[in-house]
Design a protein around this ligand. Structure first.
Ligand SMILES: N[C@@H](CCC[C@H](N)C(=O)O)C(=O)O
Length: 290
């Protein structure tokens, strides 16, 4: 009988993930293996994969082990690596709670974007301290078909281009990455958000994620959108000393983003585990090798 690898499936505002608990980092997850697992027809299906490893057991996270016991080794659905995943880190925390590795309250999680603190609350939502946004200077444009828009360049550990549009339908089918200019703006690719206003402090977005395609939510993207909207609206907590909160509707739900006067951004939203099972290791090896 072939070896079985435990997995779970979870989502945060319908940004969905295959979760592979692997405390001692013994499961080899090549890019091809991750893409096979995230395949929605031939695999389990997911926008990305959360490899759950003890920080001390992962070469990229050893240095964070004193601060955070667990490392979120996040991968995009195409197998590529990203610095950070805002919905993923909440789902990661939910898994740790379910597995008995964490209780309600605060928990530090190591990510490639540094150590993040999540708060698991009684009401079921999970808040994550996302750190500060960087707003690199430079004009960027993104386009879809004949239309193009100026985009705000926001870095949440990973790169985002935020475009305010008149109608979310103008983003089209988002089956391929929206072109951007100048072509040198994002040498490692970019996540692109299309945003419309819904009311004061309230916006809605669609996103094309680097390495995953259009997803029903993106946590880092929602934070980038909230910061871009705040600056557009003339709100900067560093100047006023007052926190600024935006509600961001995504196709899969709603996220609430608050930027504090020190620049720290907090994101609150749901995180759900929906299933668990076992992966056939022989299938995974064969598929990844094909
Ligand atoms: N869905 C995530 C972002 C995942 C990484 C992104 N695709 C990238 O390549 O930067 C989120 O919730 O933040």
């Amino acid at each position: 009988m072939s070896t079985r690898i435990p997995f779970l499936k979870g989502h945060g505002t319908e940004n969905d993930f295959v979760i592979v608990p692997d405390p001692e980092n013994t499961v080899e997850l090549s890019p091809a293996a991750v893409a096979a697992l995230c395949d929605r027809r031939a695999g389990i299906g997911g926008d990305g994969l959360l490899h759950v490893v003890r920080s001390a057991a992962h070469p990229e996270a050893k240095g964070m082990a004193a601060e955070a016991e667990w490392f979120m080794d996040y991968r995009n659905g195409d197998g590529s690596i990203a610095e950070m995943c805002g919905n993923g880190v909440r789902v990661f925390a939910r898994y740790l709670q379910r597995a008995g590795h964490a209780a309600e309250g605060d928990l530090a999680i190591a990510t490639r974007g540094g150590v993040k603190t999540v708060h698991i609350s009684k009401d079921g939502d999970i808040t994550v301290g996302m750190g500060k946004a960087l707003l690199p200077e430079g004009d960027v444009r993104v386009s879809v078909g004949e239309r193009s828009w100026p985009a705000r360049n926001v870095n949440m550990g990973n790169p985002h281009a935020v475009a305010f549009v008149e109608d979310l339908e103008h983003a089209g089918d988002l089956l391929s990455p929206p072109p951007f200019s100048p072509a040198t703006a994002y040498p490692d690719g970019v996540n692109v958000e299309f945003v419309v206003d819904r009311g004061p402090g309230h916006v809605a977005m669609r996103v094309h994620e680097r390495g995953s395609g259009e997803t029903r939510s993106c946590g880092t993207g929602a934070c980038a959108v909230a910061v871009a909207a705040a600056r557009r609206d003339g709100a900067d907590p560093a100047v006023t000393g007052t926190p600024v909160t935006y509600t961001v509707d995504v196709p899969g739900g709603t996220l609430v983003i608050t930027e504090r006067p020190g620049g720290q951004i907090e994101m609150t939203g749901p995180a759900v585990i929906v299933a668990e099972g076992e992966i056939d290791a022989e299938w995974l090896d064969d598929t990844a090798a094909a």
